[in-house]
Ligand binder design. Sequence first.
Ligand code: SF4
Length: 506
Amino acid sequence: MKVILAKHSGFCFGVQKAIEKAFEEMDYAKKQNQDIYSLGPLIHNKQVVDDLQERGLILSDTINEIQSGSIIIRSHGVPKQIYKDIKSKGLQLIDTTCPFVKRIQKIVDQYHRDDYTIVIVGSATHPEVIGINGWCSHEGYVIQSPEDIHRIPSNKPLCIVSQTTMPIPLFENVVAALKEQHPNIKVFNTICLATQDRQEAALELSQEVDAMIVIGGRHSSNTQKLVELCRRILPLNTYAIEQSSDLDQYDLSHYETVGITAGASTPNYIIEKVIEKMDKTYRKVRQIAIDGPAGAGKSTIARMLAKKMNFLYIDTGAMYRAITLKVLKNHVNIFDQQEMHVLLTQTELDLKDGQILLDGQSISDEIRTGDVTENVSKLAAMKEVRTWLVEIQQRIASENHVVMDGRDIGTVVLPNADLKIFLTASVEERARRRYLEIKEKYQNEVDFDEIKRTIQNRDFEDENREIDPLIPAADSVHIDTTQLSIEEVVQKIQLLFDKNTHQAHA
Ligand code: SF4
């Protein structure tokens, strides 16, 4: 199954700013030992509201009961009178009204004072509309369709604004109907672009996929509009959910492509959890990611594990060596961005029968030469090279059961792998393994302390490099291989994999 996220989805600018400000002010209030309130839920998202309440935010529907502390006005805004009440009670005001909503309030305030009749195209019960109407003493006419315009008196000029989440065609129809009957009208299209972008992207994606998942609060009007739009295209295959656990009630396995969109009050972490769950539940291939420092036995263990499980082993180190070989062969200046860009776009790297193919040719022996060994770390530190290779690695892993080893597999390349392993071993043990390997391979006497120092330096560089440093994924299982044989480690990983995949599908 292919899962595609809509081009625009999730937190809009106004909500993002409001939530950031709320967290900041809550920290401050806590330090000052002050109460902090919000007039109504800050956003229409239960999970975020619960989180805010757990951290100390007190929800209140009115300011009547509030005697002291600070009060947050949410992004929807409030009537003008509330500002006066907050001031007269001596409460500290934290205003997170979205600038787009503020603009509507200012228009309404100004034209009401200029003796216009205010018309608000929107839902009369929505807090944003109640707030806007409160800037013209609640004397505005709230209408939702051209059929409602008969209620509007014709004795004064009209000022028309819209609730930010109204569909554009509806607003245009109302305006066209009003223009026919009223000679003197001022029209302000105050529909928010964030809403429009999300709606257009959801509609576009609905036409490309077999099913749509819309993530967002049941009481979020912009989320419900997305549901409505997706259902126009996919009436039976649109699923409205609030969080990843809601997916449990559906079987989506028969869909080839599923689109995902989310309302403007849905935080990123909820969207990410849904994508992760979709990926883990419906991905047909299995992935094991193995990371760890140099000398921990990653590649030997990954290779043996893949063989035992009949998975494809992806040697990411060999891939970096392959591109290094091509750079050397073509005498490319790696510091020239343009030259590197051209080289990467003209290079094909693939894996066939366990062999790495560079532009269609097997290069297994050539990538082990001294020249390549000397230069590979420079290429591996380049962002453009890493991005290019990660894409290739992800593509291969999306088509095969894989075991992949490296230094950022669980964190960057396969963040949703079925199992993530972080292999470690003491520096002494890693140096001992390397010492024995060199002695056996080259029959040379080698300095053990020198090897140990090299390993320590390499660890430091890997952990502190700017791009994709060696950091264990938060959900990885750590295995210390110091006292274990290779077979024991492989067996341990196999057991963990069986347990993990069994639990995921139980
Ligand atoms: S949807 Fe638009 S108007 Fe509403 S809070 Fe977000 S950015 Fe502001």
